[in-house]
Write a protein that binds this ligand. Structure first.
Ligand SMILES: *Cc1c(COP(=O)(O)O)cnc(C)c1O
Length: 445
């Protein structure tokens, strides 16, 4: 029987035409999409599992209407804040958690976890290569005021092997008497290395703990939350750290970061965030709690939407012949999609396409710019309801070789799809891509 609700491709094409997207691009998108149904079904299954996990955590912690209200001033006895921290601890299967609007971003959450759990004379080890750009100044790899280095905390790094695997012998040799904390970045960040699966992180932690059971293992969980059914704390991590304007904020949290982990780690972080002696007892939640709760509730589905967008983008650009990480078929461990264009023009056209698809600020044109914390010019496309939120449709690319763009987010899949089609149209309009779609089955151009 004919489904009278179904929209034919002509209706869709007409709608896309209003965004300046041509019919061949729309049809190419439909063809790619048709090949992704099984991948999307698996993503939906993970989202379903995680929706149950979040709901169960909220029920177990007896989240009530009163929890959605906030406090002002010192924020003593903030029921909603304290309950939300229990919800995070329950979700991540940790002893405790710190979830605060006073943690301003992901970098701040990571800096806080490091600075509060390391002491002068300690050494920090990254066994997974160079950390995220902004952490270079936190650690002191690039000199900065107030870096760990200024406080006498040294840093060692063991790079991944060329095939992306762990350099176990290098890591064994780098673990010294002074190693106090190991930082493991789950997501690739601004690199083209593979993202680490939670299982792989588990193997690494097991190896480290066999040699040095007392070393703390922290995972930078940014962009990884809810992509799998388990989290790094399920495989031995002592702490996970992330940003609420990425996955766990579900697009609703207007600010915030979290640290979930062992009681002592979280306590150290709380004493550093507020003050020795005060710790978690202070810190008014003001009016943000309902968005923290509701965002967390939506996070599994929002993450799934972003993942579908990433898979769609990978398959579109792979088919046209650009290197993509992860590739179109690979399993996913974060929401970031890297596409290497090999030229500044490609990166710029892509980001301008994402901006043009935004609901907010679609009329502005992003340009490469010097950003604090980054060592090259960066172009960022973000027309977000929450400024800078990268769980919303967004893309950024440092203007340096290999001229890769990092695409992420999309609160809904249809919006992510619009963004990706718009990038392709933009690349074609600017002559960076010259594809005859009839020949795309055989690869490039
Ligand atoms: C985004 C991100 C950070 C930093 O978070 P900000 O909120 O941008 O400060 C750190 N590590 C990784 C892997 C990230 O993706």
């Amino acid at each position: 029987m004919k489904n009278t609700n179904s929209i034919n491709i002509t209706d869709l094409t007409r709608q896309y035409a209003r965004f300046g997207i041509s019919e061949p691009v729309v049809r190419f998108g439909e063809e790619i999409l048709a090949s992704l149904q099984e991948r999307f079904r698996q993503i939906d299954e993970t989202a379903e599992y995680n929706q149950l996990k979040v709901t169960l955590a909220m029920q177990e912690c007896r989240v009530s209407e009163a929890c959605l209200l906030g406090t002002t001033g010192y924020g003593y006895n903030d029921l909603g804040r304290d309950t939300l921290e229990q919800v995070y601890a329950s979700l991540f299967h940790t002893e405790d958690a710190l979830v605060r609007p006073q943690i301003t971003c992901g970098t701040h959450a990571l800096a806080l976890a490091l600075m509060s759990n390391l002491r002068p004379g300690d050494e920090l080890l990254s066994p997974v290569g160079k950390p995220y750009d902004t952490l270079e100044e936190v650690i002191g790899i690039r000199p900065s005021k107030g870096s760990l280095k200024e406080y006498g905390i040294s840093y060692r790094q063991v790079d991944l092997l060329p095939d992306g695997s762990f350099d176990y012998e290098g890591i064994r040799a780098a673990l010294s008497e002074r190693t106090k904390l190991v930082t493991i970045q789950r997501s690739k960040g601004y690199q083209t290395r593979p993202t680490l699966s939670v299982a792989k992180i588990g193997e690494l932690i097991r190896f480290i703990k066999e040699i040095r059971p007392d070393v703390l293992c922290m995972v930078d969980n940014c962009y990884g939350e809810f992509v799998e059914t388990i989290e790094p704390t399920d495989v031995g991590a002592d702490m996970v750290v992330g940003s609420l304007i990425k996955n766990p904020g579900g697009g609703l949290a207007p600010i915030g970061g979290y640290i979930a982990g062992r009681k002592e780690c979280v306590e150290n972080a709380a004493y550093r965030l507020t003050s020795p002696g005060l710790g978690k007892e202070v810190g008014a939640s003001l009016g943000v709690l309902s968005s923290f709760y509701q965002g967390l509730f939506l996070a599994p589905i929002v993450t799934a939407s972003a993942l579908k967008g990433a898979v769609f983008a990978a398959n579109i650009y792979e088919r046209i012949g650009f290197p993509v990480v992860p590739n179109g078929k690979e399993s996913r461990h974060d929401i970031i999609q890297a596409v290497t264009f090999g030229s500044p023009e490609g990166v710029i056209a892509f980001c301008q396409g994402i901006q043009a698809a935004a609901s907010v600020d679609s009329f502005v044109t992003p340009e490469p710019w010097d950003m604090p914390g980054y060592d090259s010019k960066v172009i960022m496309a973000a027309g977000a309801f929450v400024s800078g939120s990268s769980i919303e449709l967004s893309a950024d690319g440092p203007i340096k070789p290999p001229y890769a763009v990092y695409f992420q987010g999309g609160l809904t899949f249809p919006h992510a799809k619009l963004g990706i089609l718009k990038t392709l149209q933009n690349l074609m309009d600017q002559g960076v891509v010259t594809t005859d779609f009839h020949k795309t089955e055989h690869g490039n151009n």
